[in-house]
Design a protein around this ligand. Structure first.
Ligand SMILES: Nc1ncnc2c1ncn2[C@@H]1O[C@H](COP(=O)(O)OP(=O)(O)O)[C@@H](O)[C@H]1O
Ligand SMILES: [Mg+2]
Length: 388
């Protein structure tokens, strides 16, 4: 058909199935629609009915390619005409030309048309019923899988966390020489192991946090703390990261103290996630700026960078667990895409939120930072937890 029509001078656009056909027809507004009745998804009758409800398509001719016996239903649902299969190469292009000039087939009788339309409606409802049943069982299956996944996180985090505790304990005993003197070489090895254990611990903490996110059980341990101290500790713990990448860190910190009531451990981890992201997603030799401010009821930490920033369309997605905009950069720099999900959950749990600006208009210590800017906000006094 494509060949015959092309050689007659028409431009032909194919759709793979009924749904795509509807989408393409609405977008392209063709001069004529040819619809095969027996197609996947929406069948030809359904496509025709749907297109006839589309005002913008007006009375564009719709021609059904039919087998014997579908004539009356085709016309009843709004087809202009029909072409019987098998297609005859000799006359096909002429038939199409007739329909393009405005030819239409007439239904045999109004009564018959009404009967056909009613039968067709019944078939559509049957079809719909089947689809809804399929969808709801697919949905139930997805829910089950999602529950299993959450369960898996919980189990795996505990399985991993349990043996960590004695490892940390024995390492400490060895380093402190409580189990006997160690040589210089052994001490060096123990310190290296301790570094690795700390990294494992951080991965595990993330996993436990994600489990908390998934199950809605993120516990906060609220106490008096200092926001500025927490910020400084977070910055200190990622200083190596900035140095490794030859990045400059600029700071605008107020004079403390900034006393508050919240969960400084969780808050510090959230700050570290945002700072690590800035280091990760800013090229080498770039700049990262941090600014701490205080509003009437909240403390804020803004982290802005000179990197490539984030497209507006990705603002919401990146806060979902496991979503990364560009897997390849992250593979290079590490990370599994849970940082920002934890950050948001933490901030909200502490009576605040996190916001994003990109391209950023932040200027910190006189340095314009036009990449991404993330601002962590927490209430000075975190609200008592109702339900973690
Ligand atoms: N400062 C930033 N600049 C550019 N993109 C960022 C920045 N921070 C986060 N992103 C994007 O958000 C995604 C999610 O971040 P996150 O949840 O911390 O996961 P991860 O760091 O493990 O990739 C990142 O993969 C990245 O695409
Ligand atoms: Mg991250």
């Amino acid at each position: 058909m494509r060949k015959l029509l092309s050689s007659a001078g028409h431009e032909v656009i194919d759709a793979g199935d009924g749904i795509e056909g509807v989408r393409l027809a609405c977008a392209i507004k063709p001069d004529l629609v040819l619809v095969d009745l027996n197609i996947p998804g929406l069948n030809g009758f359904e496509v025709t009915l749907r297109l006839r409800g589309e005002a913008s398509l007006g009375r564009v001719p719709i021609v059904a390619i039919t087998a014997e016996g579908d004539r009356d239903t085709s016309l009843a649902v709004g087809c202009t005409g029909f072409i019987q299969k098998p297609i005859e190469a000799r006359t096909f292009a002429n038939l199409i030309a007739r329909y393009l000039r405005g030819a239409r087939e007439m239904p045999s009788s109004a009564d018959l048309e009404e009967k056909m339309l009613r039968e067709q409606s019944q078939r559509i409802v049957g079809h719909l019923e089947l689809k809804i049943a399929e969808l709801s069982s697919a949905n139930a299956r997805l829910r089950e899988l999602s529950l299993a996944r959450t369960e898996f996180y919980r189990n795996i985090s505990h399985e991993l966390a349990t043996p960590m505790t004695p490892i940390v304990g024995y390492l400490k005993l060895l380093v402190d020489e409580d189990l006997g003197p160690v040589t210089k070489g052994q001490h060096k090895a123990l310190v290296a192991m301790d570094g690795c254990v700390k990294r494992l611990r951080a991965v595990l903490d993330n996993l436990l946090d994600v489990t908390g996110l998934e199950t809605g059980r993120l516990r906060f341990a609220l106490r008096e703390y200092d926001f500025l101290d927490t910020t400084r500790r977070a910055i200190a713990s990622v200083a190596d990261r900035f140095a490794e990448r030859n990045q400059t860190l600029v700071e605008e910190l107020p004079r403390g103290p900034l006393p508050g009531y919240g969960d400084p451990d969780r808050l510090q981890r959230a700050m570290v996630h945002v700072l690590e992201n800035a280091a990760k997603f800013t090229p080498e030799h770039g700049t990262v700026g941090v600014r701490v401010t205080r509003t009437a009821s909240a403390y804020e930490l803004c982290v802005a960078d000179s990197g490539g920033g984030i497209a507006v369309g990705d603002f919401d997605r990146i806060f979902e667990p496991f979503i990364q905009v560009d897997g390849s950069v992250t593979r290079e720099q590490g990370g599994v895409g849970v940082g920002l999900a934890i950050v948001r959950r933490t901030c909200r749990g502490l009576g605040g939120d996190v916001r994003i600006e990109s391209p950023s208009s932040q200027v910190i210590e006189g340095v314009p930072l036009s990449g991404a800017a993330f601002t962590i906000r927490v209430a000075i006094r975190a609200p008592m937890e109702l339900d973690g």
